[in-house]
Design a binder for this molecule. Structure first.
Ligand code: HPA
Length: 259
C-alpha cells in the first residue's frame, strides 16, 4: 500500500469514487468492513459506502465504529464524507452544497464512542473543531476550480431516524441554530476525532425539511440531484488528495483529554 492513505465515505447516492479500484475486507474488533481501494499516483484512496453498496443499511444500523476503525487500520489519516441532508435554512435550497462546520446531536440509541474507561482511564474528546479546520479550508479553496458552489457553512443536526422529523421538531431545531438535518454525521465525526483522524463533510441538500415548504417534503428527485453533484465533488476530493496533507494545521491529533 502507498504511503499516504486518504478516504472518502460516500453517503446516499455516492457509492464509488469514480476511479478504478480493488475490493478489500477489513477485520476489526467491531466487525468486518468492505472497502474499495484505488491507487492514484502516489496515494491510496479508500472508498467506503456508508450505507453499503446497495444502500441497504439504515442510519441507525450503520456500524460506525467498525467503519472508522477499518479506515484507521488501513493507515488513513484524512477523510472526506458526503451526506444527504434536509435544509432548515431558506438560504440553502434544494440542490445546494454546504460545508458542514458543526453539529447538534439528537441521536438516541447508537454506540457513540470508542472509549470504555476501565484500564484505559477516563478519556474525553474536544469538540471545538469537530470537522477538521484544515480540510474545510482545502474544500473552500478547491471548490471554484471544480465548479462546486458551496452555499456556505452549515450546522448539522443529527437525528436518530429512520423517520423524518415532525414540523414542531424542525421549528425547535431552527431555533437551536441548525441549518441542515441528517441521520449519520454523529457519531461518524466524533469517532474520527477520537482516533485522531481529520474528517470533513460536504452536505448535499436533497429536500427542504418538514414544514419548510407547503405540503409534504419532496424527496422524489433525490437521485437526479445527487448524480449531478457527486461526480464534481468526488473529483474535488481526489484533487485535494493529490496534495500531501498533514496534521500540523489543525487540532485533530490533539483532541483527547485524559483525566
Ligand atoms: N431529515 C433527516 N435526514 C435527511 C433529510 C431530512 O429531511 N433529508 C435527507 N436526509
Amino acid at each position: 500500500m502507498k504511503p499516504f492513505q486518504y478516504a472518502i465515505i460516500g453517503g446516499t447516492g455516492v457509492y464509488n469514487s469514480g476511479v478504478s479500484s480493488f475490493q478489500k475486507t477489513v477485520e476489526t474488533e467491531y466487525g468486518e468492513v468492505e472497502v474499495d481501494i484505488a491507487e492514484v499516483k502516489k496515494n491510496s484512496i479508500v472508498f467506503l459506502a456508508r450505507h453499503g453498496k446497495e444502500h441497504g443499511t439504515l442510519p441507525h444500523r450503520i456500524n460506525y465504529r467498525a467503519n472508522l476503525k477499518a479506515l484507521q487500520k488501513l493507515g488513513v489519516q484524512h477523510i472526506f464524507a458526503t451526506a444527504a441532508v434536509g435544509s432548515l435554512n431558506p438560504n440553502y435550497p434544494t440542490g445546494s452544497l454546504v460545508v458542514i462546520s458543526d453539529f447538534l446531536d439528537m441521536t438516541k440509541q447508537r454506540p457513540l464512542t470508542f472509549f470504555e474507561g476501565g484500564l484505559e482511564g477516563a478519556k474525553h474528546v474536544k469538540m471545538d473543531d469537530p470537522y477538521c479546520a484544515n480540510l474545510r479550508k482545502h474544500l473552500l479553496e478547491t471548490a471554484k476550480r471544480h465548479d462546486v458552489q458551496f452555499k456556505g457553512n452549515a450546522i448539522y443536526i443529527c437525528t436518530e431516524g429512520p423517520r423524518f422529523e415532525s414540523e414542531a421538531e424542525i421549528k425547535m431545531m431552527r431555533e437551536w441554530g441548525a441549518d441542515v438535518v441528517g441521520m449519520t454525521s454523529v457519531p461518524e465525526v466524533v469517532l474520527a476525532k477520537e482516533l485522531g483522524l481529520c474528517y470533513a463533510s460536504v452536505g448535499f441538500v436533497v429536500n427542504m425539511a418538514t414544514g419548510m415548504e407547503r405540503g409534504p417534503i419532496q424527496l422524489e428527485s433525490i437521485g437526479e440531484m445527487l448524480a449531478q453533484n457527486k461526480e464534481k465533488v468526488n473529483l474535488m476530493f481526489l484533487d485535494i488528495f493529490k496534495k500531501t496533507l498533514d496534521q500540523q494545521n489543525c487540532g485533530c491529533l490533539d483532541s483527547i483529554v485524559n483525566l
